[in-house]
Ligand binder design. Structure first.
Ligand code: HEC
Length: 145
């Protein structure tokens, strides 16, 4: 009884193995297929490359964008129309002598206030970098660039 049971345990896998056709086309294909498969860039595979390129290009774009964004939301109130004697956006004559003072002075005046120019141009959440970006945006416009 016990012996027959053991013989069955030994024989079943052998018989099972023997019934597999080792020379069937599927088995041959499976055995000779290349070890590695080349993953030709799929749209998903290509995406990280685009993302990296975009990330590398973004800092410069962000600063110009930040300048415009801050100007459009805060500075335009006065600098758009020349309110209270503010040098008007794009007005070369009004900006020229101020540009001549240098960016350091402009940034200092914009940060701390200057005559009717309120501190930080009312953009209380703006960092020095933000203010400089907004000034650069106005200065570029006044230079016609
Ligand atoms: C409430 C009105 C007002 C707002 C808002 C305002 N400005 Fe001004 N700004 C002025 C006025 C007025 C002057 C001119 C001051 C003067 O020379 O008499 C001025 C001048 C300046 C100057 C030239 C300073 C100099 O040294 O000649 C800069 C730079 C400047 N503003 C930047 C900014 C920026 C950046 C913002 C937005 C974050 C801003 N301003 C928002 C009113 C404003």
């Amino acid at each position: 009884m016990r012996l027959r049971y053991l013989i069955a345990i030994v024989l079943i896998p052998i018989v099972g193995y023997a019934t597999i056709d080792l020379y069937s086309p599927e088995f041959i294909q499976a055995r000779i297929k290349p070890v590695g498969e080349v993953n030709i860039a799929t749209p998903q595979g290509a995406q990280p490359v685009t993302a990296v390129a975009a990330a590398a290009a973004s800092p410069a774009v962000a600063s110009a964008d930040t300048g415009k964004k801050i100007y459009d939301s805060k500075c335009v109130v006065c600098h758009g129309s020349g309110l209270a004697g503010a040098p008007k956006f794009g007005d070369q004559g009004a900006w020229q002598p101020r540009i001549a003072e240098g960016i350091k002075t402009l940034l200092d005046h914009a940060t701390n206030g200057y005559k009717a120019m309120p501190p930080k141009g009312t953009c209380m959440e703006c960092t020095a970098t933000d203010l400089e970006a907004a000034i650069n945006y106005m200065v570029s416009a006044a230079k016609g660039k």
